[in-house]
Design a protein around this ligand. Sequence first.
Ligand SMILES: [Zn+2]
Length: 263
Amino acid sequence: MPSQVVQSAAASRWGHTRGGPHLPRRSPPAAKGPDRNDRSAFTIVELLVIVAIISVLVSILVPSLGKAKVLAVRALCATKLNTIRTASDQYAAEWRGFFPYRAGGSYLPHVFWHGGSFDLNQTFVRKYLETERQNIMFCPGDLYRARNPDAPGWQGPGGYGYRYVSYIYYNFHPAEGYGNWLTPEPYPDMATNIRADTKYPLWGCLTVDKHWAYLAHDCPQTPRTPLGQNATYLNGSTKWTEWDDMAPFWDDTAQDFYWPIVD
Ligand SMILES: [Zn+2]
């Protein structure tokens, strides 16, 4: 009888001597049914429990991995902004406390491209960051794909001003109604320049509402509302601001630029 064979093998494995019929048995005799069926039924239950545990673990782990990735990219973005602010500080230290100059009469925040006197590589970026713009001047978030023509999967230009950099240079005072272009050197007439206000962000992760799509840290060019923005301040802090705490500060009827609400 097969069940008898299994029983004997098990008994000998656990160190019992092969005994006669008088040896006490730990499990009921064959009347209940073959041992083999009992064992595989138990294994199926075990399997189901394991599958259930794994399902729970996966459902907990996968979203938290996604969340961790979002936070890691956000932190890297902040680190880059911090580096840019430090370079701006070095520039200001060399130019009597004035930050890179903005020329022109609009609130238009700076957009940068290759060539001419607005080429960032020819200004303080090369001098103080000692690196190519690709390493520093691009947010590592989804915006990267929309702004950097060298990025794999580049989504194409959204206008010539909307590429080559994904950070925004805010240095202006809204009350002054004054914005200046960045030039390789400060404007000769320093009296027309304005000192940066510590209240306002100096650099930020570009956030634009083009009235049909957003361009932001986590929005390459989508109708989805951005989660928020990184910005770096003259007091040395760099922080993330949620979308609800941001406000548009310029509008040419086609697009709004955003920055953290300042009171
Ligand atoms: Zn960013």
